[in-house]
Design a protein around this ligand. Sequence first.
Ligand code: ADP
Ligand code: MG
Length: 683
Amino acid sequence: MLNTPVNQLAGIGPAAEDSLHKAGFFTLWDLLLHLPLRYEDRTQLSTKADYVPGQLIQLEGLVTRSQVLPARRPIHLLTLQSDIATLSLKFLNYQKWSHTLPKVGQRIRVYGQLRTDLHGQGELLHPTITRLDNHKIAPLPTRLTAVYPSIGTLKQNLLRKAIADGLERLKNTTLAPCLPHTSLTLYQALEAIHLAKPGDQMALTSGQHPAIQRLALEELTAQQLLAANARQAIADSNAPALSPTQDLTTRLIQLLPFTLTTGQQTIWQQIQQALTEQHPMHHLLQGDVGSGKTVLAALAATHTASSGYQTTIMAPTEILAEQLYATLSPWLNKLSIQCALITARLKASEKRAQLVAIADGRLQVIIGTHALFQEQVRYANLGLVIVDEQHRFGVAQRLALKNKGAIEQTIPHLLLMTATPIPRTLAMSFYGDLSVSNLSERPPGRQPIETVVIPETRREAVAERLASACQQGAQAYWVCPFISESETLDAQNVQDTAQWLKGRFPALRVGIIHGQLPSQEKEKQMNAFAAGMLDLLVATTVIEVGVNVPNATLIIIDNSERYGLAQLHQLRGRVGRGTGKSSCVLLYKAPLSENGQARLSAIRQSQDGFELAELDLQLRGPGEVLGTRQTGVGAWRVADLLRDTALHKIAQDNAQLLITTQPNCVQPLIQRWFSTRLLFAQV
Ligand code: ADP
Ligand code: MG
């Protein structure tokens, strides 16, 4: 039942299904774990006492007037006459949707935050509207209305309907297995979260509610079971002991345009040693953005190739895979190591040819995204897997590799590289056994990035500074939270920002890059920027990880109050990669929340990724994060490692108890929480 495909749920047509799949939602279970950001209480109509500016109110009444106020962007205004008051309903940028507004004479129910207009009159901006039939009674909801983190452009109501339908289907089924140490059933917990009772909102959003704790405990228990399994399986396996027949790594080191830092040398010794052993290496290489991890990947791949084995290198996005290929292939080619990039864009015939070359061992280093995990990729003799900046790669994925090696009972060595530091104890419990190294020194010649925090009202001045820097040969990024104008959220977007800058500074060569561009176009823009043909790249956070253009020395982050600390640090790391002095401008929209203030001041004061990551964990609060789930440490779906520390011990006990007393519960629990979604999700 939990595995019901999303397209069977009420209201999910092909377009919605597509958006859901793109965002990694395949089953009802996936949707049920999409926890509300917050709740709205629409169970009662407001009274006169509630009618206070700033309050969220709900009223019913008659539309008595409809006007359009002329402006560059006309304003649509409705007048609502209710028992309590007569007020305005205001809609900005509604030209395209004006036909959806209620007409004069229509009875409606509205929900929104009361403000006062210039004349001291009450108004609601973009309220939620329910049309009321003049003859029928429309009962008020009895449960809280959940507000979900957005998924693509899907409407909240659509998500609510699909989730409610899913819960209805689950109502009378038994959801095995049951979990020790819980008082709620899984269904009760899910219902309490999605169809929440008035009064529960605080406990739910803070995660203290028994329903959330119930889910978190189950997740942590499943994680413990998985780790136990994986440790066992890995302990039972061997890896190929990689011993090179030629000393190509020394030649690579001579070829490099720079000298390895002491840190890089030490870590390389460590990795090299581990690769020659029969015990599977599991190495986590942590190093802040720009610390020079890629060259270590190149060395490890070269070592593996010269031992007669293949290496596969996986990046979280196509852009990053392309960048890795662009960096690595010239080096490897000089050593006559055959290297290829596998992307979704390859023609079917090209792809077939490459798959054949992987299967017969001609290709020695294969670079791509997680698509490389698909079953159709068969390796001749995979010896090493390198995973760059992908924190969702855990024990489950590692076990899947077991079947990828050609030789029975061997698993390839594994090198994980990350700029997001992971506390060691946590890493151990998530990944099983592993060794950790830290690249703490930065390559020579790097200067700190000057970081300033500026209110968005000074956007004009910032733009001028940008234009003059570009005139002097600098390159810059401008990052916005959205691709195009958002219907509901008042935040900057790539399209309008690029238009504005182009109009304002005609000489500026402006490119655009965001997740909805075809990857060919993304690559074109990225290459043009890297080649210096563009001065400015206006982008969404697709440029977040790994993108390396050393000549880029200025980054402007719009609506910086919307991002987590780790993300800001990653974004800022796009500059300061060469020897030029770099700056980062954080534009924010006032007023800042306390949390937002703390984040911006931390990022301004510190350049230390480790320090910032710790702070981030402490500061990150629900509702502050952008629509997308943060791919944080371990990518928990419900559990929060700081909040739920008390559950860790119980989860460990649970796992032990299940293994000894209910062994048949073990696999189903692991399946539920760590299913194929993690293994094969297209990132
Ligand atoms: P990250 O750790 O973020 O993946 P990269 O590997 O992309 O960082 O390295 C960032 C930049 O530093 C690249 O341009 C790379 O060529 C350069 N670099 C790496 N190691 C050194 C070094 N020892 N000396 C000088 N530059 C280096
Ligand atoms: Mg990198």
